[in-house]
Ligand binder design. Structure first.
Ligand code: ZN
Length: 370
């Protein structure tokens, strides 16, 4: 029987950023950090793989790698001029296409590899060689537009994978659930006028990108009604995410009946993340994974792919990811979460939860879910 597949490649950990302290360029009054660099650094991802090695969870999944996305794959999403600029900057030693998305001389090759991991994860699930799949992709992709890098994202990994699968005749109806704490603006923009790709993003309201991710953006043309944004209040945690799942994500997926579900799996809604103000925990991620698996079992013969996106707590991302991959694989190898108790106690009080639930109910009514 096919197993869960965990796609990864050491080289993705070698993607290097520029001279930043958090998201601020070093210089002026911004002193370089001793540990250096952007929040998007290899450690969160490497430590997830390391934790799986240490607990033994890695033995309960297959561990394939993949070839980089090809020029043909990338051109389905990105204009030739964008790819040429990207390569040219790499050849000159690295730099930035857009401020805040730096890369080194191997940036293009590693970004293409990251997209290739997501593509192969999707193809493996669709051709039945994997029961479901997780891609430890780096750099991430969900903010990237066809001609603009953004928010650490250099190529639109999930969109590249979707178009490759459609071109191969493997799927016709795809749903993307983006639970990264930031708005999945790239995926939204790429599929905004498409009725065959449902895009759903849960995110902290007004975090990143600014002026993006409002509920009124529902799609256009053939895509009208096929984009759903669920902005959540800062301070929301487990209950916010699970209630939004129950009231909006689950009914939306039930109505749409996709062939396959892809999750843009960021862990930056966690209570330890430096780039958000939410309080999700490993339990939140485990439960969202289990619920998504139940929907995939109901409508998609279990076909489910998770693509790693953001998540910037080096200490906590590994525990959240471990919970997700354990659920995905059905393994009984647990990594006890040392932060679970603390985060349980830090959740918002009853009055906040009631307000957030009312706002989610209003959003659900707006989307036509009673
Ligand atoms: Zn993010």
């Amino acid at each position: 029987m096919a197993q869960a597949a965990f796609f990864w490649n050491e080289r993705c950990f070698w993607h290097s950023g520029g001279n930043y302290a958090s998201v601020a360029p070093v210089g002026g009054l911004i002193e370089p950090l001793k540990a250096g660099g952007l929040p998007e650094n290899p450690e969160t991802k490497r430590r997830l793989k390391s934790l799986m090695d240490v607990t033994g969870l890695i033995g309960d999944v297959t561990c394939p790698s993949a070839a980089p996305a090809t020029e043909e794959d990338l051109r389905r999403i990105h204009p030739a001029a964008y790819l040429e600029s990207f390569r040219r900057i790499c050849a000159a030693g690295g730099g930035e296409l857009t401020q805040g998305t730096p890369f080194g001389p191997d940036g293009f090759d590693i970004a293409a590899l990251s997209a290739g991991l997501v593509k192969q994860a999707l193809l493996s699930v669709l051709n039945g060689s994997a029961e479901n799949a997780y891609a430890l992709s780096r750099p991430p992709g969900h903010h990237c537009l066809p001609d603009q890098s953004m928010g650490f994202c250099l190529l639109a990994n999930i969109a590249v994978a979707i178009e490759a699968a459609i071109a191969g005749g493997l799927t016709e109806r795809i749903a993307v659930v983006d639970w990264d704490v930031h708005h999945g603006n790239g995926t939204e923009g790429i599929f905004l006028d498409r009725g065959d790709v449902l895009t759903i993003s849960l995110h902290q309201e007004n975090n990143f990108p600014r002026d993006s991710g409002g509920i009124a953006t529902r799609g256009s043309g053939n895509g009208e009604g096929y984009n759903i944004n669920i902005p959540l209040l800062p301070g929301g945690g487990h209950d916010s995410y699970l209630y939004a799942f129950e009231r909006i994500v689950e009914p939306a997926l039930t109505d749409f009946r996709p062939d396959v579900i892809i999750v843009a799996c960021g862990y930056d809604a966690s209570g330890l993340d430096p780039l958000s103000r939410m309080l999700a925990s490993s339990e939140t991620y485990r439960e969202m994974t289990e619920r998504t698996m139940a929907l995939a079992n109901e409508f998609c013969d279990g076909r489910l792919v998770l693509a790693h996106e953001g998540g910037y707590s080096e200490v906590y991302v590994p525990f959240c990811g471990h919970a997700v991959i354990q659920a995905l694989s059905g393994s009984d190898v647990v990594a006890p979460d040392p932060f679970a108790d603390r985060l349980r106690k830090q959740q918002a009080n009853e009055r906040f939860r009631t307000l957030q639930r009312e706002l989610i109910d209003e959003q659900a009514a707006f989307f036509g879910f009673s």
